[in-house]
Design a binder for this molecule. Structure first.
Ligand SMILES: *Cc1c(COP(=O)(O)O)cnc(C)c1O
Length: 363
């Protein structure tokens, strides 16, 4: 990609900043956004930071019809001494390009995208909330913009980054969730798009999620798309089980999203000397372990909640209560350590955090 300068056009109006208790998740957006365009002739070009505003797209834009789009999700954290930290952001940019490859979207320059993100965060740094557990959620995404109703990869795209101050996921302390094991609908199959962060996967998951919510379950546990036997993910999180001392997470098989939190959890657990297996695990194995009194913990991992302990599974009309419906020790320790690394209150043995506004900008 060519050397690019980011044009900055600051907003003349500033929106009022929300109070901590108004934050929630993904409802409030900052004053600015990053936009960059792609055409086959020019490649990625015209990067700019502009006032937050609607996108104007031709109604024939391919994104609206065939869903050619990818996204990422990450967070910026403010430390108690006012430093801005990102957690393994290069991983998100790498994954964005892996999703791009799967969706036939042209790759972005990962280093440049990260630089653009940092500049955008600095422009809107007053929006990073300060209260404990809060952060600035970052949503980079790419949409296909060619106005054409034929099915083929678009010849033009927009890459956009928007920022949203978000509240603490656990307002009353870390809380276990109740999970419905989904036997009918599937999220993804090997060979499909499950490994990519692309809109269609989430559209496909809504029906199961809605059914689970009606039954008062907060998420579904997804089983594999072929035999509906092996465990894949929980909601839009990766999933871990502790059975008789062994910590197990489904191996990456092509239909599971490769979570940055998943990878970090595996590294931390091994660093602590615990046994972690990435392997196939069936729901029957979990069920049998439960009845043998060996299902010690279960939890989901993802950027939004970081660690989400699971207090109950409902499978084939049977309720499996885990750790008495309470948060397990491993989940607690992981939550404390990971959020501590992210907020700069715990040591960072793997050099996972990057400080925004520290390094010398590239020439
Ligand atoms: C984003 C996502 C995850 C978690 O990934 P992180 O990088 O840990 O946030 C897991 N599963 C699905 C389906 C996802 O979309």
């Amino acid at each position: 990609m060519r050397e690019q300068r980011i044009q900055v056009n600051l907003s003349t109006e500033r929106k009022p900043k929300p109070q901590t208790d108004q934050l929630g998740f993904g409802k409030i957006f900052t004053d600015h956004m990053f936009v960059m365009d792609y055409t086959d002739e020019l490649g990625w070009h015209d990067p700019k930071i502009i006032p937050y505003q609607p996108l104007t797209l031709d109604p024939a834009s391919m994104i609206f019809h065939y869903g050619q789009t990818v996204f990422e999700g990450m967070k910026a954290y403010l430390t108690s001494d006012n430093r801005i930290l990102l957690f393994r952001p290069e991983r998100n940019m790498q994954r964005l390009n892996r999703s791009n490859d799967r969706l036939c979207i042209p790759r972005i320059d990962e280093e440049f995208a990260l630089e653009a993100l940092k500049q955008l965060i600095l422009v809107d740094k007053e929006w990073i909330p300060k209260a404990e557990g809060t952060s600035l959620y970052i949503r980079p995404f790419i949409v296909a913009t060619e106005p054409f109703l034929g099915v083929h990869p678009s010849s033009s795209y927009k890459f956009v980054i928007i920022l949203s101050p978000v509240g603490s996921y656990y307002k009353e302390g870390i809380q276990p969730v109740k999970i419905l094991v989904e036997n009918a609908f599937v999220r993804a199959v090997a060979g499909g798009t499950g490994e990519a962060k692309t809109a269609g996967n989430y559209a496909a998951s809504l029906k199961a999620q809605e059914t689970a919510s009606l039954k008062k379950y907060s998420q579904v546990l997804w089983l594999d798309g072929i035999e509906k036997k092996y465990i894949e993910e929980v909601g839009s999180m990766n999933v871990f089980f502790k059975i008789n001392g062994e910590i197990i997470t489904p191996e990456l098989n092509g239909s599971i999203l490769q979570g940055v939190t998943r990878d970090s959890v595996i590294q931390l657990l091994r660093h602590w000397g615990l046994t972690v297996s990435e392997r196939k695990i069936s729901m029957q194995e979990v069920y049998d372990a439960y009845h043998a009194g060996q299902l010690e913990e279960a939890f989901g991992t993802g950027t939004a909640a970081v660690i989400s302990p699971i207090g109950e599974f409902f499978w084939n009309d049977e309720q499996l209560l885990i750790h008495n419906g309470q948060t397990g020790e491993v989940a607690k320790r992981l939550y404390h350590t990971l959020t501590g690394i992210q907020n700069g209150t715990e040591p960072d043995p793997f050099n996972w955090v990057t400080e925004v506004g520290q390094e010398v900008p590239a020439k």
